[in-house]
Design a protein around this ligand. Sequence first.
Ligand code: FCB
Length: 438
Amino acid sequence: MKTIHQKANDRAATGNSAPAAFASLAAELRGDFLWGVATSAFQLEGSSHADWSSWEEILNTKPEVTNHYELYREDLALLKKLGVNAYRFSIEWSRIQPRENIWDEKAVEHYQEIIDILRRDGIEPMVTLHHFTHPLWFSRKYPWHEDGSVEKFLAYVEKALSILSGVRYWITFNEPYVLVLAGYFEGCTPPGIKSVPLGIRALTNILKAHGAAYDMIHARYPDARVSVAHNMAALAPWKKWNPLDRLLARIAKYFYNHSLLDAFLTGRLRLNLPFHKEQEIAVPIQGKLDFLGVNYYTRIHMRFNPLKKKGVEMRHLDIDGHGLTDMGWEIHPRGLEKVLRYASRLGVPLIITENGIATRDSQEKIRFMKKHIDVVEHCLRQGMDIRGYFYWSLIDNYEWLQGLDARFGLYKVDFDTLKRTPTNAAAYYSYLIKNRRF
Ligand code: FCB
C-alpha cells in the first residue's frame, strides 16, 4: 500500500495536478464552488442532555443564549442574505437521543426542516453528525475508549439516516484529533481523562465508527460525499537552529496533521509519540472519504522546554506581523497553503470546512478573510483540487473554552436582546461571492 509520500511522488512524476486546477476553476465559474459558512449545533443551541453542558457551567455561560433553536428560521434567512450556496451545520446527538433508549424524533424533524429550508433557498446542506458533544448517558457509560461506543454511535447514525433526507455532503466527525487531544491527552474537555493510551483507544474507535458510518451513508445514498473535518495547523520549530525544537515540530506535524491522512491511504494508523511506544494500528478507513474537509486557523510554534510537562511547550508567536486573534492565535495565511498542499497528496478533492477569526474588529475580520481566500485562489491556480470554502461562523456563538467572548460571527449577536447585526465582514463576504472573486 502506498503512503502519501509515494503517492505524491507518483503524481509529481506524471504531472497530473494541472487538469485538476482547470477543473476546479471551471467548476467555480460554473458556480458550483461551495461558498459557505459553518456552525455547530451545540455552540448555537446548547443541550441540557449533552456531556458538555456540565462543563460549560464552569464558565458560567450557556450556548443557549443565542436562542438559535427557536430563531433558526431567522438565522437561516441570514444565509440567503449573505448569498452563500452552502451551509455546514451539525445535528445534536443528545437532542436526538436524550436517553439511551429514548429517541426524540421531533428533534430529527427539526433538523430536517432546516435541510428543507436550505434546499428551498438553493443552499447545499453539509451535515456534521458529531461535533464534539455526546449525550451524557453515552459519556458516562460508553465513552469512546470503551468498545460499546462504536455500536452506540452507529445506532444514532442509523436513526438520523432513516429520517433525514436531501443531504449530499456529510461530515462524520469534526476534528477527531482535537477531541482526543483535549478530552483524553489534556483532559480539559469531556470526558476529562488524562491518559494517552486511552486516548489512542478512543481515536481508534472513532476511526472505526467513521469507516462504518461512511458505508452506512453510502448504502443509503450512493451519491453522498462523505468526509471528516480534519483540523490542520501550521506547525513550526520555535528556533529553527535548535534541533530539539525541530524534532518536536516534526513529530507534532506528523501526528496532528499527517497520520490521519496516511491512515486514510493505508488503513494503518502510525503513532510515534514522545515517551510512548511506537505503534501501528489497523483502522478500517482505507479509501473511506470522498473529499477531505480541512479546518484551518493558525500556526503553532513548538519548543523543547525542560521546565514544561514532558518538555513540550506550544506557543503562538506573531512572527510575520499579521497579528494574533482574540483567542491569541497567530494569523498565518501561508500556513493554509502548506496544509492544503499536503492534503492534496491524498488525491481527493479538498473543502475548507472551517476558517475564521475571533475579533470584534470588522476590518480585521475582512483582512483575515481576504488573506486566506487569496491563498485559496493561489492554491487553485497551483493546481490543487479545492471545491469549497466555509467561513466559521455565521453568527457569534459559544466558543468551547472561551464562552461568549470569542466573536467569530459575520453577524454580531447582542446576547441581551438577541439582535443579529451584520458586521462589515458579512457585506465583504457577500461581495466576494457575488462577484465570483476567483
Ligand atoms: C474549531 C471547532 C469549532 C470552533 C472553531 C473556532 O476547532 O471545530 O467548533 O470552535 O474551532
